[in-house]
Design a protein around this ligand. Structure first.
Ligand SMILES: [Zn+2]
Ligand SMILES: [Zn+2]
Length: 126
């Protein structure tokens, strides 16, 4: 655990607070040797217009999202179109019709739908 020196500078109208290796949510140290280095992702946080921008990392715990189906905190999840999240495990376990939106919003599926629709329209028009 090292002491992070917090450096503040300004970028246009914004005050930037450099958190170095700290998590922008829980302020936990994510430096090498902290045990949270591998799964950290770059992160910035601003709590509102005009407030300082915190530049740091998001630790693995703060990346987790509560699954709407099983209620567990999960790292692998997809966002529902209506809001909320569901973990990949639940997506796989659930009847696929329940999660048709996952299939339908997949880029490959949209491509297939596009081709099929084009074919049907083409068949009727021709
Ligand atoms: Zn955190
Ligand atoms: Zn789940």
């Amino acid at each position: 655990m090292r002491n992070s020196i917090i450096i503040t500078h300004t970028d246009g109208p914004n005050q930037i607070v450099d958190l170095a290796d700290l998590c922008t949510e829980c302020l936990r140290d994510t430096s090498i040797g902290s045990g949270t280095f591998v799964n950290r992702v770059p992160s910035t946080r601003q709590d509102g217009v005009g407030s300082p921008i915190f530049d740091g990392w998001l630790c693995v715990d703060c990346q987790m999202v509560e699954c709407d189906d099983c209620g567990r905190m999960k790292l692998d999840y997809v966002m529902k179109p209506e809001g909320g999240a569901i973990c990949n495990e639940c997506v796989e376990l659930a009847p696929w019709l329940d999660h048709l939106w996952v299939v339908m919003t997949h880029p490959l599926m949209q491509l297939i739908i596009g081709v099929v629709l084009g074919f049907i329209v083409g068949a009727y028009a021709g």
